[in-house]
Design a protein. Sequence first.
Length: 159
Amino acid sequence: MFSPRNILLIKDFDFEREGAESKDKFMIVILQTSEDAIIAPLTTSVDYIPEIHKGKRCVHDEPSRLHCYCIPKTFAVGKSGFFFLKDTYIQVLGNLTKRSITHLTKKYQETGAALLLDELTDAEYCNLLYCIYKSQFVPRGIRNAMEPIIQELEQRRTS
């Protein structure tokens, strides 16, 4: 379930940050590195981006330190046609989380709190990874792990 590309809904997701309340959260598994999953909790409808960036999928604005991947409402991103009902954003700065797959499985999958909704299409996954890859806020280890995946997806897309 906690494999790259998967779109999940986690009930009562624990952000593991002081003062942060747990709540139901959509998330996408970005990468798997050994026994850890790199996940991105998604923000829906409450994050607003400046008008100048509306319509862009990958927003990268250095002066404001805004770097996010935008998924417009009703735009199918899943292989089985999954789409979000509201505009959805993946904030790159401070929002990519590394979690133990064993911990995620015990806490959410085995308790029934994790629902697998769909899997990102090749094109959507490639676009998302490339957008994240361009960020100066992504640690080098994560960036290095993305390179071969992006190359493979790009080769598949062009062949």
